[in-house]
Design a protein around this ligand. Sequence first.
Ligand SMILES: [Zn+2]
Length: 592
Amino acid sequence: MSYQALARKWRPRSFDQLVGQAPVRRALINALETGRIHPAYLFTGTRGVGKTTLARLLAKCLNCEQGVSAQPCGECEACREIEEGRFIDLIEVDAASRTKVEDTRELLDNVQYAPVRGRYKVYLIDEVHMLSGHSFNALLKTLEEPPPHVQFLLATTDPQKIPPTILSRCVQFGLKRIPETAIAEHLADVLEREGLTSEPRALTLLATAADGSLRDALSLLDQAVAYGGASVAEADVREMLGTIPRDAVYGMLRGLAAQDGAALLAAVAGLAEAAADFGAVLAELLGVLHRLAVQQVVPESRVDDDPELLELAAALAPEDVQLFYQIALLGRRDLPYAGDPRSGFEMIVLRMLAFRPQSGGPPQAARAGTGAAEVEAPAATRAAPAAREEAAPPRSSAERVAEMFAAEKPPARASARVRTTAEPPVADAAAGEDALVEANDDTPQMPQPARVAAPVEAADVDDDWAARIARMRLSGMAGQLANHCMLDGVQGDQYRLSIARSSESLLNDMSRQRLIEAISALEGRPMRVEFRLVDEIGDTPAAQQQRAAAARQAAAEQAIEDDEAVRAIRERFAAQVVPGSVRPRHDIDHNH
Ligand SMILES: [Zn+2]
């Protein structure tokens, strides 16, 4: 039995069998049924999306002996000959291999003659953008006054290269890349009709590798059948495509989620044993991280039904996923420079482990606890952040790493100070269980017993607040909100923050929620936050930062003003310093 390639064998024989391209299909069926057929159609789209398939289908519709219709019979001589590629009135030209003007002229000379057998003489010119300028001119002449029995079907992957004069005489159809799910479904359908079986995941892998091209998908399926026999198995397809076992990638991400360096390295060792290509592993890791991010941000998209992926999406913080993606992306660039691929890859995943943001919940607390074993139990969980109490918000990666190691040995002074903060309040505050309620305009004179009852002095709390904000590593709106607040006090599981009415716009559901989450993470337990709107606010961290920036700016301008060289230039050339062009050194460093 002679083997026929699946792509050829299962080429669509009717519009019903066409995969995807619904709008184009509808437009063509409509044109055929109403008899309003344009003399020239142009199909555009990347390779393998069905341009020539559609053109051949249209040729059958026009020449079927049963009459012009959207449902060619598929039985008559004309239909069969077109299917077998030997219909004399279907002239297929691959412009990529036929660009000389003589050839095209010869071709178009015959346009005037009536069709030999069919109703229409159909010219299918593939990769039409490859025609030479002269050939385009010859084509244009024909398109200007097309004989009634001639149908032009043009196809191209690059419509930009077709002259506008030609484009304006064609009805253009843009064919879309075929979605992975549609390709996978079609592959399953083909296998069923072939009497073969498959694992669903195997077909998804093939569909992904085909990258939107049905033709590529079918030819890959051909290879998979040749490779694995009667059943298309996931493992075989992975081996054939050189795809990395997803289990290994999941294993690494689980190791990262659990901060388990040993598990992480074990997963890498497993991959090395399987002689995996670490560049491909990194690509697969990026793919999984992308799906995780989509799943986390738009859960209803159901990007993947894989239960393991859903589990990871719940276990990893969204900002961790973003960070890992960034590290993997940079790692991909640098991997070729590593001594050997495996060590390069290990460094990349270890970097993910080391630079994981500190805002996470239980894992950090647990690690800090083991490092600070000599400290009393209640203080232990908070000892690590306390060690960085006076530190400015960290800027460089090196600082972040240094911090991580510093956190292992907290100085006793710092932990003692934190313990003071955590002491139960001396007096019970009036604020009850429902303290989360915000003060609004109706109650401007809200009493403040809390401030009196606060266990630490107000000035200390303010300093403390800026330091806490630094440790919470808030960004965006939540960071803005925190910086514009003053901490009035902490009592039990409640933070009391005040914010100026003029900054009220920063206080929305999302920023509030993120700040509450960050405070809870900082304290290592669920916290409540009361926001109080005030007309006048004290020296917020935002105000302090603004003042510091202004002072730096003034100092920088003064330094330029006092500079001997600048003064000399000004005097000699009657020059002046362009206002606003002076920037403090700190800002410049920051931007590089
Ligand atoms: Zn027919």
